[in-house]
Design a protein around this ligand. Structure first.
Ligand code: RUQ
Ligand code: CUA
Length: 672
């Protein structure tokens, strides 16, 4: 809700005189529901939803997966934030995934989703997500609904205009939200912003078969704030468009100082040219430190590598690569229609919505129809590249998406509504209220070359009176609209987890059939796997104790462990031997100061436990897996430092005779 205060003060500034913030609450909320709404969202028990909706969790650093049209929550995917429920970021295998050049960063602010596309259409392979705070991009595998890779973005100070993708997922993108000193002396007075602060936009190559990301190149830009971005499509395939604000280059009180100019910019980057410049050696390898974390599904482990350099392109050496398009009043969303011809700029403080024509942009470039320059870059003449302006759309336009019938839908934050307009003649044809203060919206397939239409979802910033009160913080809100007819119709409210920013939905059929059900135990290459109970063991290495444990309905092997001493670090490497769908086992141990782990069938995960007091410590399975789940438990005996209790383990047989340990010999009994 960080932008709401901005609007408040703008109103205070008198820019939108007499519009009180809460006066935007539309009237007749209940009347807005049509009679057949219930049947449109009703998915009968046992039936599936038509779409998966991947919804950013904002400040929870996760992604929520919802079924549409029911709005049912299907899964939370931990991405940048630790998730004790599954052990994400706590298990030894997943901890490296949250590593950065600043060490473990266990949280982020996840705003945007990009589903991979081929020829501009969803291909059902990967979900990309941005870390806005500590600049990162994550890739989630749609087969497992798990985070498979996270790459940190160096030379960036906040990654908001990300992770949008090119038409064939050639690149995913990152543009710095904050400009900062980039190279050379970084320790400068803040008020030297204009001389010393720079921006970058980064192009991260996505391997077309594995999906693996690598930073191909970064482009140095003027010291402005990049807000959002979209790739071209079709005829504009080679271009990427970034909205930017603070062309004033203010470094304090931006709500006033970055709103001084009448127009900011959309920065158009010819990425094909940039790619060619990079290949031709026009860039410079510069020192940079950033983490690249990859999860391996065979070893069931993540590794983190710190990369040391990155290719930086200075536009001074790369002519005709970047142009600036004037865009009224602090543009937020910049969105490209399905044909790739129209680029919509949503100026948060603008009273109209400009629509630019790609054909005219190319003409203006060819004819040098410039309106001066910005930081040495040509500024295209506004009128020359304008297709049209949507007049009186409402107040506070933020984001635009498209349907399959030539219509655009723009979210209006201040007037709390969605406005539908015709792309060709830029005429408003319909408007519908949102409850309240909509941020992003999402039409099914809206950012692709072939939108599905049918439904649209509003992701709202304020819910106020929409749900039962839950203390000072209310449920976060999404609202579903039927857009199949001429009139948009609200059909459902559904709360989301975290703060929803952007979301993208995909037809269920494109991914449900590929869903992984188990990991094959014979392919498990985890260094501490036990592929059967006969392979279980306990080994001491100095003060580290490694437990090779298995889980199968309904026991853990071993379930009696002795010979551990206070101060020992015990690593429980638990392999789930099940080869059935939907039979995870959990592992938790009393007083663990990290989390539990949830182990999927065929997988191995490790929980580290430091024994801090002598005594008997129970451990157990946390996932109700069978009628005898409650019996799925065991004991760890922790002895005082210097004790000579032998290291032993067993399941189903009692530990070796007391005489054994009394002698101090280290004997281990094999479980039967
Ligand atoms: S933003 S409410 Cu973080 Cu995508 Cu527009
Ligand atoms: Cu395994 Cu409960």
């Amino acid at each position: 809700m960080n932008i709401s205060s901005k609007f408040l003060s703008i109103i205070a500034l008198g820019v939108m005189a007499s519009v009180a913030f809460y006066s935007c609450k539309p009237k007749g909320a209940e009347a807005a529901i049509s009679g057949d709404a219930a049947s449109k969202v009703y998915v009968a028990p046992g039936k599936y939803d038509e779409f998966y909706d991947f919804v950013s969790g904002g400040f929870n650093g996760q992604i929520g997966v919802y079924g549409i049209p029911s709005g049912r929550l299907l899964r939370i995917i931990p991405v940048f934030s630790t998730h004790p429920e599954s052990g994400w970021g706590y298990s030894e295998e997943t901890r490296p995934m949250l590593n950065t050049s600043h060490g473990q960063v266990p949280w982020d602010d996840l705003h945007h989703i990009a589903l991979s596309t081929t020829n501009g259409e969803h291909d059902g392979r990967w979900v990309f997500a941005n870390g806005n705070n500590t600049p990162r991009i994550a890739r989630i595998d749609m087969k497992t609904f798990r985070t498979a890779e996270i790459i940190e973005i160096p030379n960036s100070a906040g990654n908001h205009s990300s992770p949008f993708i090119t038409e064939n997922t050639e690149y995913t993108i990152a543009g710095t939200r904050f400009s900062v000193p980039i190279q050379g002396n970084l320790d400068v007075p803040i008020n030297t912003y204009k001389q010393n602060f720079k921006g970058t936009v980064s192009f991260i190559k996505v391997d077309s078969s594995s999906g693996n990301m690598s930073i191909a190149f970064q482009i140095l830009t003027p010291g402005i704030n990049f807000d959002l971005s979209r790739a071209g499509k079709g005829k504009s395939h080679d271009w990427f468009f970034f909205s930017c604000y603070n062309s004033e280059k203010a470094n304090t009180l931006l709500e006033v100082n970055a709103s001084a100019k009448d127009k900011d910019f959309i920065m158009a980057v010819n990425w094909k040219k940039a790619e060619a410049y990079a290949k031709a050696g026009k860039g410079k390898m510069v020192a940079a430190e950033y983490a690249h974390n990859v999860y391996n599904e065979k070893t069931h482990s993540g590794t983190s590598t710190i990369e040391k350099q990155v290719l930086l392109l200075d536009p001074k050496d790369c002519p005709d690569m970047i142009y600036f398009i004037p865009c009224p009043k602090s543009p937020h969303g910049t969105d490209v229609d399905p044909t790739g011809e129209y680029i919509v700029g949503s100026g948060k403080l603008a009273a109209l919505i400009p629509v630019f024509s790609f054909t005219k942009i190319l003409q203006a470039i060819a004819n040098k129809t410039y309106d001066g320059s910005f930081d040495g870059f040509p500024v295209l003449k506004y009128e020359a590249v304008l297709h049209g302006e949507v007049q009186k759309p409402g107040l506070g336009p933020l984001h635009t998406e498209f349907d399959n019938n030539g219509y655009a839908y723009t979210s209006m934050f201040v007037s709390s509504e969605i406005v539908k307009w015709n792309i060709k003649d830029v005429k408003v044809v319909d408007r519908v209220p949102t409850y309240y203060s909509i941020g992003h919206l999402s039409v099914m397939g809206g950012p692709t070359a072939k939108p599905y239409g049918k439904y649209m979802i509003a992701y709202n910033k304020i819910t106020k009176d929409r749900y039962l009160p839950t203390g000072p913080e209310l449920a976060q809100s999404a609202q579903l609209y039927d857009i199949s007819g001429d009139k948009m119709k609200m059909i459902l409210d559904f709360p989301t987890v975290g703060e929803p920013h952007y979301a993208e939905a995909i037809p269920a059929a494109k991914i449900s059939k590929n869903s992984v059900k188990i990991y094959k135990i014979e392919e498990n290459a985890h260094p501490f796997v036990a592929k059967g109970e006969g392979q279980t063991k306990v080994e001491r290495k100095g003060n580290q104790v490694h437990v090779y444990m298995t889980a199968i309905r309904s026991h853990l092997t071993p379930d009696n462990i002795e010979g551990v001493k206070v101060g020992d670090e015990i690593y429980f490497h638990v392999t789930n031997l099940e080869q059935d769908w939907d039979v995870p086992h959990g592992f938790a141990i009393k007083n663990a100061n990290n989390a539990e782990i949830l182990i999927m069938p065929g997988e191995t995960q490790t929980l580290k436990y430091t024994a801090d007091k002598a005594g008997i410590v129970p451990f157990y399975c946390t996932d109700f897996c069978s009628a005898l789940h409650q019996e799925m438990q065991g004991y760890l005996r922790v002895s005082p430092p210097g004790s000579n209790v032998a290291l032993t383990f067993s399941t189903g047989t009692n530990l070796p005779a007391a005489t054994d340990s009394a002698k101090g010999s280290s004997s281990a009994s094999k479980p039967k």
